[in-house]
Design a binder for this molecule. Sequence first.
Ligand SMILES: *Cc1c(COP(=O)(O)O)cnc(C)c1O
Length: 381
Amino acid sequence: MKKYYLAAPGPTPVPEMVLLEMAKPIIHHRTKTFEKVMAQAREGLKWIFQTKEEVLMLASAGSGAMEAALANTLSPGDTIVAIRSGKFGERWSEIAKGLGLRVIDFDVEWGKAVNPKDIRGLLERHPEVKAVLCQACETSTGVIHPVEELVKTTRASDVLMMVDAITALGIVDLPMDKWSIDVMVTGSQKAFMLPPGLSMIALSPKAWEANASAKCTRYYFDLKKELEAHKKNQTNFTPAISLIQGLNKSLEMMKEETLEGIFTRHARLAAATQAAVKAWGLELLAPEAPSNSLTAVRCPSGVDGEKLVQHMQDKYGVTIIGGQDKLKGKIFRLGHMGYCGDFDVITMLSATEMTLKDLDAKIELGRGVAAALQVLHQGGF
Ligand SMILES: *Cc1c(COP(=O)(O)O)cnc(C)c1O
């Protein structure tokens, strides 16, 4: 037998309690029973989004909510700024172009965080800009962007600040109302400890105002209709019933841990992982702004990242992921978000060390794990 471990930055492992909840017989969604499930989910989502606004649940991958964000607040020909610091930044830009928006791509070197001052300058030069799009955490590079500062720079003008928080919400503090984020989207398969298939999106009052005159084509992702349905504890189409039931269970677990507890745990796991990388003598891809959700590591010379990932899966049963596009073969990415504890990180780091050793990297077995243990043992978090 080879035990299987999922240590990728999404999808992430699902707790047994959540799996059991989702294994229950399907209930019909046009019933009082389901309406109770919806009421509970709506309440829990407002808590984790830290908002008074309605958080809408869509049956889709995270990208569906990214498309919905644009289609429901903008009109073809509107100008937007897409901050592109990796694959997911590129994706949002592509979605915008597909909807007929005029996109100013603002490229940030992969592995670096955006400098909010640059965005302020850009907005001063382009008063026609209606929205700025950014990832909170760019999962392809493992960087965390300074969302709070970024929102502040956009407040001087009338633009909508849209945040893809798919690998940040439920990991780091992102108080939507307090920071005045206009649109925030997330998905089920990262920090929410659920299988893929459910996305979530919330709009500020300003974004709902924009919705009234937004002319982009939309049918399935009509957020105004979803809002009306959600207020009656319903959805516009057949919802992802089992996922919403599972969501209530995972929200229950998150509430028990508290927001503070969740943020502290992820900070601790990230610190332990980064300590291991340092002890191996390897480099982070994003040393200046590493995220608490995942750690992207530059491969040692002579080691191919694709081979590393494959070997680790084949020999040790541990799944991490490599780099995309220009980073293919050059990095590997270790996930530590969602249903992840101290010993999951130790398992992942152990398998990484053994794999590096197998591939003839200059690694002394146990070095990284020992460094991680020091961090976890000291606590201090
Ligand atoms: C995972 C992820 C997405 C969404 O991916 P889907 O495959 O559409 O669920 C979007 N943005 C970021 C930053 C992500 O990590």
